[in-house]
Design a protein around this ligand. Structure first.
Ligand SMILES: *Cc1c(COP(=O)(O)O)cnc(C)c1O
Length: 435
């Protein structure tokens, strides 16, 4: 438990009285690592200040949304300018068309797109569309992949549920849960078996093309290709949930990197430049089933919100600059290598999984290639690590089952300071265990 000085304690006491668990999203509670939630007050670039003016180097980055860092000047200016023109019209704007065109150019499998306000809405709508289009009811997902909190996806759902040890959520009707099939990530054999067991019943396979909600678990060679092949053969749709990976690894989706064309894609986080935007899109013949062209109903009062569209457009303009991802991924790669080196030197039973600017330090000796592997991690060790680096001004997600998000705003000095905090913890914990 960290020492909290007065303002944080005062706000937290009020927060616990009015907000459930003091938070508006469970992952913000520090329940699994001990200690009280942090109260954020302001942030700039890769740095965040709490209510007592303590400064942190932030590796949460609003859970991956802020690939440009906090308060990016061009994004802030765009939001300010748009706010003066009106914050919501409830009618189509040119801004929505422009963001749609930019996303389509970057991710060609998206021929038409529908903007919504959260990743949950995007995946929920994509599942409904897949069911409506195929006239089938089952959805196949992977253990440890998180696709938002819609009823269909809340089993073995990684991320916040993994952190809190919730296997499946009360409130999801059994009849609905029975339509969701779970299978281990990176395992095509069980996918084949489930398709054989439910012929002509599975509407879609939904997958994080790089899993990042059980900690980072990249797809093994052939896994995504296999899913494409199996779904095509079975007449099911392949949905890539790119809410984290979209515009995270390259200017496009993970699908651009791995050269797989899904039928539908969900996006969120980065495409809103830090404002609430998400989207689902895909082949025209499928998307045309959505209302008003088709009968699959989905709507939203604030969908395509102009402030959020401006923020998204300004973010994508910067991400499109040549060399942006090369520089980010190289910087992140060097950081990950240095982290691995420090772990090796300390003889710690841990390993770093990574992909581009996503990384997870698993407190586990064995390779982590699926949820069962991830769950073998020593979460008490993780909690000790979390608390120790937080004391030294390094903010990582308060869970073993999340990613470290490295942004363009992290400077070499930020990353060096982080490595030195980690190295000191490694040194001290080794000395501690030798005593
Ligand atoms: C964050 C996330 C979601 C849910 O998005 P929200 O905006 O939090 O509703 C869905 N899928 C993936 C892969 C995510 O990381």
């Amino acid at each position: 438990m960290q020492n909290k000085s007065s303002r944080t304690i005062e706000i937290l006491e009020r927060a616990f009285k009015s907000l459930v668990g003091g938070v508006n999203s469970p992952v913000r509670a520090f329940q699994s690592v001990g200690g009280a939630p942090l109260i954020a007050e302001r942030a700039s670039g890769a740095h965040l200040w709490d209510a007592d003016g303590r400064e942190y180097i932030d590796f949460i980055g609003s859970w991956g949304a802020l690939i440009l860092g906090h308060a990016n000047p061009a994004v802030v200016a765009a939001i300010q300018e748009q706010a003066a023109r009106g914050t919501s019209y409830g009618m189509t704007t040119e801004l929505e068309v422009e963001l749609a065109e930019r996303i389509k150019r970057a991710i060609p499998s998206i021929e038409k797109i529908r903007f919504v306000s959260s990743g949950t809405e995007a995946t929920m709508s994509a599942a409904r569309l897949a069911r409506g289009f195929t006239k089938r009811d089952f959805i196949l997902k992977f253990e440890g992949c998180y696709h938002g909190h819609a009823d269909s996806f809340l089993s073995e759902a990684g991320s916040g549920l993994a952190t809190l040890g919730i296997a499946s959520s009360p409130g999801v009707p059994e009849a609905l849960a029975a339509l969701t099939l779970n299978t281990p990530y990176n395992d095509l054999g069980t996918v084949e078996k489930l398709f054989a067991a439910h012929p002509d019943k599975i509407a879609a396979v939904i997958v994080e093309p790089v899993a990042a909600n059980m900690g980072v678990v990249p797809p093994e060679p052939g896994f995504l290709e296999g899913l494409r092949e199996i779904t095509r053969r079975a007449g099911a749709l392949l949905i890539f949930d790119e809410v984290i990976t979209g515009f995270r690894l390259c200017y496009g989706g993970a699908q651009s990197l791995y050269k797989i064309e899904p039928d539908l894609t969900t996006l969120g986080k980065i495409i809103g430049g830090g404002l609430p935007v998400a989207a689902y899109g895909g082949r025209v013949e499928i998307m045309n089933h959505v209302a008003p062209l088709g009968a699959v109903y989905q709507a939203g009062t604030l969908s395509g919100n102009p402030l959020a569209m401006r923020a998204g457009i300004e973010a994508l303009k910067q991400l499109e600059e040549p060399g942006f991802y090369g520089a980010l991924n190289k910087k992140a790669g060097r950081f990950v290598e240095a982290l691995r080196g420090a772990i090796r030197e300390a003889g710690l039973a841990a390993r770093v999984n990574s992909c581009g600017s996503l990384a997870t330090l698993f407190f586990s000796e064995a390779p982590v290639r699926n949820y069962a592997d991830a769950k073998k991690s020593d979460t008490r060790r993780f909690a000790a690590f979390f608390g120790a680096v937080l004391e030294r001004g390094i903010l990582v997600a308060p869970s073993q089952f999340e990613a470290l998000f490295i942004s363009a705003a992290h400077t070499e000095a930020d990353l060096e300071a982080t490595l030195s905090a980690v190295s000191r913890w490694l040194y001290e914990s080794r000395r501690g265990s030798a005593d």
